[in-house]
Design a protein around this ligand. Structure first.
Ligand SMILES: [Zn+2]
Length: 445
């Protein structure tokens, strides 16, 4: 692995939206030294990159994802959720190992191109080997768990027994945990209480606890489903049910967290569990709007995720953060909530901590060097060097990201992926997606 000396980087401070110009020496995948000026002669083995005043930020952490959906975002557009789910499972049935490999690769590379360095993936079991190989080849940091269900929500839901869920989790752990120089970690990822029995939830939580792993699940995403769970448990909602089952703690990630009572938000705050805000999905498939501003006021360190592209349409965390910030301002009638600094913290340090890292999501000596440089001087609409952090969120997109490092490894340079032929990947994926659309009968040959 190469070492790097990045000179003249404007390091973003999310507390006061200021920047401070620094040189950054990356050695063995970590921030070795950050100082006003570092003499290249002091690190002769390092490759020198002049950031030329580009904005430096920690890499983004996408805390809720289903990467394979990048191949099926078109056919799932503009559908009501019941039909959306049936079509999702139908497409999954038709996807091959090769589809999963290239979908995962395409989604990871898109995410990295937009500055994401970590993905928290809820994936599928059927093509797990191809999926894990693609994560490894992409070189992105990932926490991977397989979506498990034992309550059929419709006639095509793939259900398995609790024993099988544990056996599959063992397999994920064996094949994934610690892989690719530790960039890959295992988790458990039961889909959510509408489709998961209390018995399965408890068994997977206990299994994860024994290994110190994350429990990653959907929470309160659909109104009707949440009401059904509340009735079945005789409680106020899904969060109350999770509390009763002993699932909620600081190793539990709760994607969406929309249909929650005030009492449940207090329960989550006390438990340390982390909601993951996925606003593009919430809007596009009309789930509802979570009370994120209220959660933040209670001190809950909410993280953010792009979810699957079949529901969000994008792997761009900047667009995700902007959507979330605007939504909260609109529903609270308060423009101060989810301000730019808070939103970027949700996209970086909060996500890293949620996934169990205490040395990630910060540009700090000793921490893992997941770093992005943002060039806002080649985009007319982003011009104003004094307000770059706010402008990136409110006026920009992830396209402004210019350089990406994952654990000190250079993945994007001058807006081009390093080590990948983008044109080749686009051509290959276009062909595979078209074949899939034809096989499933949604598009004519
Ligand atoms: Zn999801």
């Amino acid at each position: 692995m190469s070492d790097f000396l990045i000179r003249n980087a404007d390091v973003a401070d999310f507390d006061d939206l200021s920047t401070v110009r620094k040189d950054i020496y990356i050695k063995d995948g970590r921030f070795e030294k950050i100082a006003d000026a570092i003499d290249p002669a002091s690190c002769p083995a390092a490759t020198v990159i002049d950031a030329g005043g580009k904005l430096a930020m920690p890499g983004f952490t996408d805390c809720h994802s289903h990467v394979y959906q990048t191949f099926i975002k078109g056919p799932l557009d503009d559908l009501v959720i019941t039909e959306w789910l049936v079509r999702l499972f139908t497409f999954e049935e038709y996807m091959t190992d090769e589809d999963y490999y290239y979908a995962t690769l395409l989604s990871c590379l898109s995410a990295m191109r937009f500055g994401t360095t970590t993905i928290n993936e809820m994936g599928g079991y059927e093509h797990m080997d191809a999926t894990l190989k693609a994560f490894e080849d992409a070189g992105i940091r990932v926490t991977f768990g397989i979506s498990t269900t034992d309550i059929p929500e419709n006639e095509v839901t793939p259900i398995i027994s609790v024993e099988e869920a544990i056996a599959r989790s063992e397999e994920v752990y064996r094949k994934c945990h610690g892989r690719n120089h530790g960039l890959m970690k295992a988790s458990v990822a039961p889909a959510g209480l509408p489709a998961v029995s209390g018995e399965m939830a408890k068994a997977l939580k206990a299994w994860a606890n024994e290994r110190g792993l994350i429990y990653h699940t959907h929470l309160g995403e659909g109104k009707m489903e949440t009401e059904r769970v509340a009735r079945e448990y005789g409680l106020g909602g899904e969060a109350e049910a999770l509390e009763q089952l002993g699932i909620l703690d600081d190793k539990t990630l709760l994607a969406h967290s929309i249909w929650l009572s005030d009492k449940e938000i207090d329960i989550i705050a006390k438990s340390g569990a982390i909601p993951v805000h996925c606003p593009n999905t919430n809007m596009k498939i009309s789930d509802g709007i979570p009370k994120i501003a209220q959660m933040l006021k209670k001190g809950i360190p909410v993280a953010m995720g792009c979810d699957g592209e079949a529901s969000s349409g994008t792997k761009d965390m900047v667009r995700e953060g902007k959507a979330g910030s605007y939504l909260q301002k609109a529903i609270t009638l308060d423009p101060t909530v989810m301000d730019a600094g808070t939103t970027f913290k949700m996209m970086t340090i909060n996500g890293a901590k949620a996934l169990g890292y205490d040395d990630l999501g910060m540009i700090k000596e000793g921490c893992q060097a997941d770093l992005i440089l943002v060039n806002m001087e080649d985009d007319l609409s982003l011009t104003d060097r004094d307000h770059r952090i706010g402008n990136l969120l409110y006026a920009g997109t992830g396209h402004a990201v210019d350089t990406v490092f994952v654990a000190g490894d250079l993945k994007l340079k001058d807006k081009k992926l390093v080590g990948f032929d983008e044109d080749l990947i686009i051509r290959k994926c276009n062909d595979l997606i078209h074949d899939l659309n034809v096989r499933t009968g949604y598009v004519k040959e």
